[in-house]
Design a protein around this ligand. Structure first.
Ligand code: IPE
Ligand code: IPE
Ligand code: MG
Length: 257
């Protein structure tokens, strides 16, 4: 898909530079992962409770899904609730559980009409039963779609995912279904939460923080990282297009000389 001409200043990890380019089909990342961060600060700046920031982020997520479809991105993973987010106040955790459930219910049909296949990535432990039910229903309704896979990462943590995979491998070895000599990167990946998930090409984090916060750490081993300053509720499709533009100019070497 052709990318429209643009020429503007953009902050990439603090360094401002001028962009002027066209991105061709081959430079569109297959899998984009986004840490949707900054909702609380967005609300605080406006004298509002943190929950209002989460609410303001809903529209942005679905604008980004549509923009991803237009750009020809095939897989989009979004971090909605981490295994570490249980450390927040009980009130905020309760809000986020109910909010995620309602967003899934509200947006399910729209996602289906757009040809988006929704997949839940995360642990069931501690997660509200009503949230799991809504995730399963959204997966069921959208299961035949193939334009874009939307991985909703809810109660997800990268280390937890790897540790869980190791435990399942140990069980299979103990039951003699697997030999230790058969464990390698390829076979290990089959024990991850979603074995069909492709490697992340472009990893975006909003809000000016420069860390992964435990998001898709196995799958992002060779991702290109783009950090943007916008708080999540201020993000627009233009933010995604700029990140893709930056990505398209990077040289990915994968260890080769
Ligand atoms: C991201 O925004 C949403 C979740 C983690 C659920 P935050 O709630 O982390 O907002 P900040 O980082 O405190 O501004
Ligand atoms: C990461 O953001 C998790 C989500 C966006 C869901 P956090 O705001 O929880 O991460 P830290 O605490 O800044 O590392
Ligand atoms: Mg945050």
């Amino acid at each position: 898909m052709a990318f429209r001409e643009e020429s503007q200043e953009f902050t990439d990890g603090g360094a401002s530079r001028s962009l002027s380019s066209k991105v061709s089909n081959s430079q569109i990342p297959h899998h984009v992962a986004i840490v949707m961060d900054g909702n609380g600060r967005w609300a605080k700046k406006r004298g509002l409770p943190r929950t209002k920031g989460h609410e303001a982020g809903e529209r942005v997520l679905f604008e980004i899904v549509e923009a991803a479809l237009h750009l020809g991105i095939k897989e989009l993973s979004v971090f909605a609730f981490s295994t570490e987010n249980w450390r927040r106040s009980p009130d905020e955790v309760k809000f986020l559980m109910g909010f995620n459930r309602e967003v899934l219910r509200r947006r399910r049909d729209q996602m289906n009409e757009l040809g988006v296949r929704l997949r839940w990535i995360g642990r069931p432990q501690r997660l509200w039963k009503s949230v799991i039910e809504e995730l399963e229903e959204a997966q069921r309704v959208t299961r035949k779609n193939s334009k874009l896979i939307l991985n909703m990462c809810i109660n997800y943590g990268g280390r937890a995912e790897i540790a869980d995979a190791a435990a399942r491998i140990a069980t299979d070895v103990a039951k003699r279904r697997l030999k230790p000599s058969q464990i390698n990167e390829r076979s290990f990946a089959k024990y991850l939460e979603e074995p069909k998930m492709s490697d992340v090409d472009l990893f975006i984090r909003t809000s000016g923080e420069h860390r992964t916060s435990n998001f898709l750490i196995w799958q992002s081993a060779y991702a290109e990282f783009v950090f943007v300053d916008e708080l999540w509720p201020d993000v627009t499709p233009e933010t995604l297009r700029r990140a893709v533009d930056i990505y398209s100019k990077r040289e990915r070497r994968f260890g080769k000389a």
